[in-house]
Design a protein around this ligand. Structure first.
Ligand code: SF4
Length: 304
C-alpha cells in the first residue's frame, strides 16, 4: 500500500528526520487533568475514557522506564529490538504539574535506550510561562512535539463535549508554542453530533492556516467507560457511516496543506469498551479503504 503517494505520513516524516523507522511507545506519566479533577470540571470531555484517552498505555503504577521496557518487549516481536523510539505521553494532560515534576518524567523517558524524542499530549490551558520555557529548552535537546486536542472550532460542540477551554485559549497556546519553535500536532474529531460535513470542513480550513507540524484525525468513538456511553445508551444519535467517514477524511485531506504530517487518519477505540461505531474495530481494513478511496478518486493532500 503506498498511501505515502497521497498524504504526508508520520512514518515518512520520522524517516526524513531520523534517517530510519521510528516507533512511538505510549506511556502514562501518572498525570491527571484539570477538566477531570475539579479545577475546570469533574466530568471530563464527554468522550474521554476512564484512562484519560490512554487506554493502550501500560499502567501508570509502573515507572516510566518500566513502561517503556514493557512496550519494547511487546513490540520487539514485530519490529525487532534494534528500533528507535519516540516516547509518547498519551494519558490525561501531561504538562499539568510543576516544571520539576515534568523534568523528572520527561528526562527519565529521554534517558531510556534508543529514545530519540518525546510527544506530549496536553491541553492549551496547561501551558504556563514556566512550562513553555521548559518545553522550549527541551525542544533544543530532543525531538519534541506537543499534541493539543482541539476536536472542533465550533463553540456549540465544544460546550456539548465539555472541552472546557475557549478558542482564544487554544489560539494563545498555538502562538506561545510556535514562537518558541515547539512543534504542534492538533487532534480533530469527525462525526461529532450536530456537526454537518460543512462544519467539519470549516474546522479543517481553520487549522490549515495555523503553524502546525501535524494533525490527528479521529472518528468519534462511543465507549462504555466514558460519559458519552451513558448518554448514547439513553439517547442514541445518528453517526457517520463508514463511507461518509472515508469521504469526509478525503475532503479534509484536500484542505490540509501538504506539509502537515498526518499522524493518524482514524483513532483506536478500545474494542473492550467500544459501543459504536463498530466499523472502526477493523482499523487495518478502514485504512485500506481510505487508501483505495484516495487512489481511485485521485485525491492528494493539499490539492483540491
Ligand atoms: S482534556 Fe484530555 S484527559 Fe482531560 S478530559 Fe479532555 S480528553 Fe480527557
Amino acid at each position: 500500500m503506498r498511501i505515502e503517494e497521497h498524504i504526508y505520513t508520520l512514518n515518512t516524516f520520522l524517516k526524513e528526520r531520523h534517517g530510519q523507522k521510528i516507533i512511538k511507545l505510549s506511556i502514562d506519566g501518572g498525570f491527571t487533568c484539570p477538566n477531570r479533577d475539579g479545577l475546570i470540571s469533574s466530568d471530563g470531555c464527554i468522550f474521554c475514557s476512564e484512562r484519560g484517552s490512554g487506554d493502550f498505555t501500560p499502567s501508570h503504577t509502573k515507572d516510566i522506564s518500566s513502561q517503556l521496557a514493557a512496550s519494547v518487549q511487546l513490540l520487539s516481536r514485530k519490529w525487532g529490538t534494534a528500533s528507535k523510539y519516540i516516547a509518547y505521553f498519551q494519558s490525561y494532560s501531561n504538562t499539568y504539574g510543576s516544571v520539576s515534576l515534568l523534568k523528572e518524567k520527561f528526562e527519565e523517558a529521554l534517558s531510556f535506550p534508543n529514545v530519540q524524542g518525546i510527544a506530549i499530549a496536553t491541553r492549551p490551558d496547561c501551558l504556563s510561562d514556566s512550562v513553555l520555557a521548559y518545553l522550549e529548552e527541551l525542544s533544543h535537546k530532543t525531538h519534541l512535539w506537543i499534541e493539543l486536542g482541539l476536536q472542533t472550532i465550533h463553540e456549540k460542540t465544544a460546550l456539548w463535549m465539555n472541552r472546557g477551554y475557549s478558542m482564544q485559549r487554544f489560539e494563545q497556546a498555538v502562538q506561545d508554542l510556535s514562537k518558541r519553535n515547539v512543534e504542534i500536532v492538533v487532534h480533530l474529531i469527525l462525526g461529532l453530533p450536530n456537526e454537518s460535513i460543512c462544519d467539519m470542513l470549516a474546522t479543517a480550513h481553520y487549522i490549515s492556516n495555523l503553524p502546525l507540524q501535524g494533525v490527528k484525525l479521529h472518528m468519534l468513538h462511543i465507549l462504555d467507560n466514558a460519559p458519552l456511553g451513558d448518554l448514547y445508551k439513553r439517547q442514541p444519535f445518528e453517526m457517520l457511516s463508514k463511507d461518509e467517514y472515508i469521504s469526509t477524511v478525503a475532503k479534509v485531506l484536500q484542505i490540509l496543506p501538504d506539509h502537515f504530517v498526518m499522524h493518524r487518519l482514524t483513532g483506536d477505540g478500545d474494542p473492550k469498551h467500544l459501543i459504536a461505531p463498530l466499523w472502526t474495530k477493523n482499523k487495518k481494513q478502514l485504512l485500506n479503504e481510505i487508501y483505495y478511496y484516495l487512489k481511485n478518486n485521485h485525491i492528494y493532500q493539499g490539492k483540491s
